[in-house]
Design a protein around this ligand. Structure first.
Ligand code: FAD
Length: 552
């Protein structure tokens, strides 16, 4: 199966090639015949059953019109035209979660596959460009590092740059690793311009967006409706199931209307109306490792240069995000209610705002974890209905995208089978589990001992999968190579080194070259990286050229 690439590498299949790897399978699927009975009241589980001899589109009901709902609707409508009839139900009275503004580079591939023009997207969602995430105060108070959407230096003779860096560092001759990364240097200078050539002397990088969460759904809605999606305003109050198969067959709205479907996508947010409440699918709880369970969010007026990155600042009971948009700055304080109360969390957030608040602060409650299975019967949980990992690495919208892509690849034109469900669940589970480990690393790899919260996460036992990764890195700087996945070598290097995990040894091949030659090459790379970054336009200037309009 084609897979979404990692966020950092510039190798084949990674972010700079996302446009070619995302959704490519869909064209092939689009030629499949459809044999599902119109308005299939029996649902979709099992074999085809009695077939009509003429292809019929699959009736798909999406419950929820947040980012997950509209991404699902827009992608299905655009990429499987004629193969499904889509109805989306949302409730204005309930509303959307209204956060989720920092993304990963994969979103560009999503937009491209849907034929979305970047300038239109940037103008419509008040987006800014994002080169990575700055982490402040995580290893120790006063520390700062950037996790970039690109590499550190470049490999030499097949040996990763950080191996040479480790050797130089042991000799006291290395500069901070991010000074060898173009996106990091450009970010620090508040400069931005796309540079995606992985073979350039100074390798290019990927980039993402930061956008207004309340504008992205409506932007996709306009497109989806133009492509035939029916939107129904209403509140789902009842769910009907087939007594023999257990499949969901219809949902009933508070005004009595009934909406039938064959395939149901649960995008109802934390409520998890179908997957959690109706099908009662179990919850895998990760709060022992990721104890943050609340956030208070408040936008404020922007101040200072427009930075092309998100900032995550560690706080005594959690951490705080800062997301610069064209017209405002998004802020939020993610915290552990076992370690700090709501009032203190709110005070800490308000005290840190760079400008006057633009809306009343909102408190959100959540738990880290996921449903044991995302696809059960004929219901697929996408977005917050399927699971939640805190936004430290901006991964939730990516997980929506992964689920939508996988659903499209497996789209059950001829009835849902266990094989489809299992394949879907394996793909989604694996990505959740790996992201979980990566997030835990941020908390665990710290020297902070200034609060009970940091004492807890610093000393807690971590999953074996993460403990092994840490050991592997410490011994020789090795990062486990995944064939697929989101966070690959540069991401792990960024967090390990940024949070003071040092490797004791290095790849022997990095020790084979003369030290002076390595030092000279690395110095030159650093100087050229800075020169390239300095020649880029200012982020605000580039944005204005691309249709952005900053608040004055
Ligand atoms: C504090 C916080 C910060 C976050 N930051 C980021 C980030 O920076 N980057 C990132 O990628 N992700 C982030 N996320 C996650 C991101 O916000 C979500 O993944 C994304 O918005 C998708 O949400 P959703 O569509 O699943 O749910 P929601 O936005 O909650 O939408 C749910 C929809 O279901 C509808 N609904 C619910 N019940 C019913 C009913 N009974 N009848 C009819 N309709 C119903 C609602 O009306 C709504 O339309 C963050 C999440 C939180 C909590």
């Amino acid at each position: 199966m084609d897979h979404i690439g990692c966020i950092c590498c510039n190798e084949k299949g990674s972010q700079t090639n996302l446009n070619s790897v995302f959704f490519v399978i869909c064209g092939r699927r689009a030629t499949l015949k459809v044999w599902v009975k119109r308005g299939n009241k029996q649902g979709m589980s099992g074999a085809r059953g009695d077939q009509e001899q003429r292809p019929q589109p699959v009736p798909v009901v999406i419950v929820g019109g947040g980012t997950a709902g509209w991404m699902t609707a827009a992608a299905l409508a655009h990429l499987l035209p004629g193969q499904c009839v889509i109805t989306l139900i949302e409730s204005e009275e309930i509303g959307i979660v209204g956060v989720g503004e920092a993304t990963l580079p994969h979103l560009r591939a999503f937009n491209t596959r849907l034929g979305i023009d970047e300038a239109d997207f940037v103008a419509s969602t008040r987006a800014t460009y994002k080169l990575g995430i700055e982490f402040r105060d995580w290893g120790r108070i006063g520390d700062s590092y950037i996790h970039p959407f690109g590499t550190f230096g470049r490999a030499l003779n097949g040996v990763a740059f950080h191996q040479f860096w480790a050797r130089l560092n042991a000799e006291g001759r290395a500069q901070p690793i991010d000074t060898y990364s173009l996106p990091c240097v450009a970010a620090r200078l508040a400069r931005f311009e796309p540079r995606d050539d992985p073979d350039a002397a100074i390798p290019g990088f990927g980039y993402a967006y930061q956008f207004d969460a309340t504008l992205f759904g409506p932007f996709l809605r306009r497109r989806a409706e133009a492509q035939g999606v029916t939107r129904i305003e209403g509140r789902v109050v009842d769910v009907a199931r087939d007594p023999s198969s257990g499949d969901v067959t219809a949902v009933t709205l508070s005004d009595g209307r009934t909406i039938n479907g064959a395939l149901f996508v649960d995008c109802s947010g934390f409520r998890s109306l179908l997957l959690g409440q109706t099908l009662n699918e179990g919850w895998e709880d990760w709060s022992a490792w990721l104890p943050c369970d609340r956030a208070v969010a408040a936008p404020c007026a922007s101040k200072g240069p427009l930075l092309p990155f998100t900032t995550a600042t560690a706080m005594p009971g959690g951490w705080r995000w800062r997301i610069p948009l064209q017209h405002r700055t998004g802020n939020g304080h993610v915290y552990s209610s076992a370690h700090i109360d709501d009032a203190a969390a709110l005070d800490a957030l308000l005290g840190a705002l760079e400008g006057p608040p633009l809306a009343e602060p909102r408190v959100l409650r959540f738990n880290a974890g996921r449903r044991r299975r995302s696809w059960v019967s004929n219901v697929i949980g996408v977005g917050l209905a399927g699971g939640f990992l805190e936004p430290l690495e901006s991964t939730s919208i990516y997980l929506v995208q992964l689920a939508v892509q996988t659903l499209i690849e497996l789209f059950p034109t001829d009835g849902v089978t266990d094989v489809d469900r299992n394949a879907f669940n394996r793909t989604v589970d694996l990505e959740y589990d790996r992201i979980r480990d990566f997030l835990i690393l941020h908390y665990h790899a710290t020297e902070r001992n200034d609060s009970p919260f940091w004492d807890h996460v610093r000393t807690m036992a971590v999953p074996d999968t993460l403990a092994e990764k840490l050991e592997l890195f410490r011994r020789r700087g090795r990062i486990e190579h995944y064939g697929q996945g989101l966070f690959l070598e540069p991401s792990w290097v960024a967090v390990y080194l940024g949070q003071r995990i040092r490797q004791w040894g290095w790849d022997q091949r990095a020790g084979a070259l003369p030290l002076e030659a390595v030092a000279a090459a690395v110095d030159q790379l650093q100087a050229e990286t800075r020169a390239v970054a300095t020649a880029m336009p200012d982020h605000a200037e580039y944005l204005a050229r691309c249709g952005g309009a900053l608040a004055t």
